[in-house]
Design a protein around this ligand. Sequence first.
Ligand SMILES: NC(=O)c1ccc[n+]([C@@H]2O[C@H](COP(=O)([O-])OP(=O)(O)OC[C@H]3O[C@@H](n4cnc5c(N)ncnc54)[C@H](OP(=O)(O)O)[C@@H]3O)[C@@H](O)[C@H]2O)c1
Length: 258
Amino acid sequence: MTRYAMITGASSGLGLALAEALARRGRNLILVARQRETLEPVAIELTQRFGVEVLFRACDLSQPLRLSGFVLELEEGERRIDLLVNCAGQRTYGPFLAHEWAYEQDLLEVNILALSRLCHAIGNLMAVQGGGQILNVAGLAGVAPGPWMAAYAASKAYVLSFSEALREELGRTGIKVSVLCPGPVRSSRRRIPRLDASSPSPEEIALYTVRALDKNRALIIPGRRNRWLALAPRLLPRWLVRKLAGVIHRRYCPLGME
Ligand SMILES: NC(=O)c1ccc[n+]([C@@H]2O[C@H](COP(=O)([O-])OP(=O)(O)OC[C@H]3O[C@@H](n4cnc5c(N)ncnc54)[C@H](OP(=O)(O)O)[C@@H]3O)[C@@H](O)[C@H]2O)c1
């Protein structure tokens, strides 16, 4: 049976770079994002460049009913997924109270619920198949409270904790779980020049990540500076961590963006 790596958020940024890095290694892919019109050209290009089979499925992961339909398709389908990459994510910048609730809710649906649901559904399929690998994309924002991006940082803290816990639970089933915690990545959508200039490209992060997956690393933090930053909240008093995180986020994430 043909095996696939399924990547959510595969139409841009880090998800796209991970899809390309995996296709380069000869992996067949299932790409997921909301917009069919961005997924289709990506699938065609990766097929042509790397000679692998690339399927795509448009699904808005913030919509529980659509997600349920997609999960049912995966459960009833014949395709064997041996690598799940949960990369789709939404983010907010700015004061929590000023955001439309619908936007915050979508963020929580995608970053927390859809990610967990896919781990549950595909994890069960992998358990029946005798193993597989799951990569969840968190972010450095998840290591500390994130004033001015409160729900986003909290959602990434969930991804971090959930993934590490799953790794322990699923080890005996042959399912390897890793979590990726990148610092800021150059993004086609976010555009914060000051931040983008000093950040690695999605391709650099993707290459680092696929190598770390080969080694079955639990926690993947690209960049030495980021590994130090991830340690800081454990070494500093909590009040100071909150204050510093607030200062950093205000500086780099101008209020009112997105
Ligand atoms: N960029 C950074 O600096 C950074 C740093 C740390 C962690 N991360 C994490 O890395 C991941 C990718 O970030 P990125 O900046 O590379 O992303 P991006 O360029 O903004 O792309 C997001 C991807 O997710 C898809 N997506 C968004 N909402 C979706 C939804 N409701 N349903 C299905 N697909 C959805 C988008 O496609 P459609 O719009 O077509 O749906 C797109 O393919 C995210 O989880 C993010 O939190 C990013």
